[in-house]
Design a binder for this molecule. Sequence first.
Ligand code: ADP
Length: 589
Amino acid sequence: MGHNHILIVDDNESIHEDIETILSNSSGDSDPELQQIEEDLFSDGSEKKKEPVAQVEYEIDHAYQGEEAVEKVAKAQESDNPYSLVFMDIRMPPGIDGIQAIKRIWDDYPYTEVVICTAYSDYSLDEIIQNLGTTDKLLFIKKPFDATALKQTALTQTTKWQLQQEAISYTEKLEEKVNERTQQLNESVEKFKKMKEKAEEASATKSIFLANMSHEIRTPMNGVIGMNDLLMETDLDEEQEELSRLVKRSAESLLRVINDILDFSKIEAGKMDIEEIPFNIRNVIKEVVEIITYSTEEKGLDITYSADEDIPQKLLGDPTRLRQILLNYGSNAVKFTEEGYVAFNIDLIESEEDEHLVQFSVEDTGTGISEDKQSDIFGSFSQADSSTTRKFGGTGLGLAICRQLAELMDGEVDVESELGEGSTFYCTIPFKDVEEETNEVQTGREEEKEEKAFLSEDMKILVAEDNEINQMVATKILEKEGLDVEIVENGLEAVKAVKENDYAFVLMDIQMPEMDGYDATRAIREMEEETGKHIPIIALTASAMEEDRKLCLDAGMDDYVPKPVDREYLMKALKRTLTQGNTSQVTTG
Ligand code: ADP
């Protein structure tokens, strides 16, 4: 038994014999004859027999010198049978004494229990303690030995050593287990990281695909809407006019869905840019209220609007995205309200130095949303009641886009609602003050007037576009502004036309036969190196991605307009290019 391995260290052989005799239980218990006599003499006559004392067996080794003891301790440890207890004499000339031997043993095996056997000594007990330091591994026993005291000491100390070893091995095992688990966890974390990366990659790919697809779909939609608009301006009988109106309505609602998907996937792909320009909050909300009022004429809802007077006139922010959020709230409110009112409010929550926290709310008296549906109503594809989906339509993306846009503007969204009573949707966004010098505030219609100031009727425009429908739509938008439009069908023709004519600007499609828009632009820019002129070239492209816009600018184009060509975007781009010269600020749809 390992834990009962004992070393006796003394230069006196008789001490070895004494201790060994006592510990090997020759205390008399083993002599049955003696035991019987003892019992006869001292027994009180009762039946009770003396319980046999549990026998402890020790494996005892001997050393006679300090050095020898140190070596033996090391050897026992090496052969995996360490001493739990060492009986140590102090004086053992020649060589190191007991104190030094103990020090060296403890240097390597600090858990070894030691009992110092003293008779007379060169050291007092106090001196020994001072020498060895305060420790619980040390006991003293006086010679001549009391057998029972010695036995008890041996039993207690070996047991203590054993317990300590168990505690150590338990701790080690625990540590091992912890390390093992930690490693497993680290592996899992690695695995999940990889999975997450993969999922994110897949999601980004999906978003890019969706963004591209919706742009691709918008191009023919542009054709449908544009051609239908042209058709509606011809002489139609009543039935034809009604049918055209239906085409228009369906096409527009399809375009809204496509735009939602495009916005959503652009946000997901991290490609939604938020502008920070001076604008007038009241004008934005007035515009939204006007559109919403117009759309609800049939229902006869009461549409109201109020704004906190303390809100500054001009603020810095993104009016387009703010309008988008409010229009979404507003059209939902109208969609889900049969009678009563829809109220738009703007409140100033707090102002701090140059920043103002503004809360927009849209309150309705409609169907309301049950409490359990409210929590994830701002999640993607979430619709409070799927049975109403068919009745009201919608993608479930609107509110998700609102939330994401608000967050991109460092704001947040919220809803309060009671089923059957109505709902209030909130959007809280911080806006910065406009620095004093800028007086360029974007104010909806005022801006529109301004927009046209840079166009004049004698302007000649070149449109390079191979698709007949797109040609017509672009032409129509420009002709409405009184401009003179010329059309070419490929890049080669565009270069030739620019060489021979004086145009105010060029709208350049990217994908064209013979020579694409990039090459045509490069060729034109090359020509201009000789003439020193710079004709504004605005790209028309169906591609939604940042990379493409960079390609346009790299090729020497001045700006970029996404297809389907939207009048507002085109005008903005024209204004930028024609009034500010060659800027490279680009708007995407
Ligand atoms: P959808 O395109 O389906 O309208 P939204 O994200 O805009 O997508 O809205 C999600 C759902 O939230 C709606 O389908 C509707 O169930 C609920 N909802 C949104 N606004 C209101 C409202 N004002 N009143 C009642 N329910 C609403």
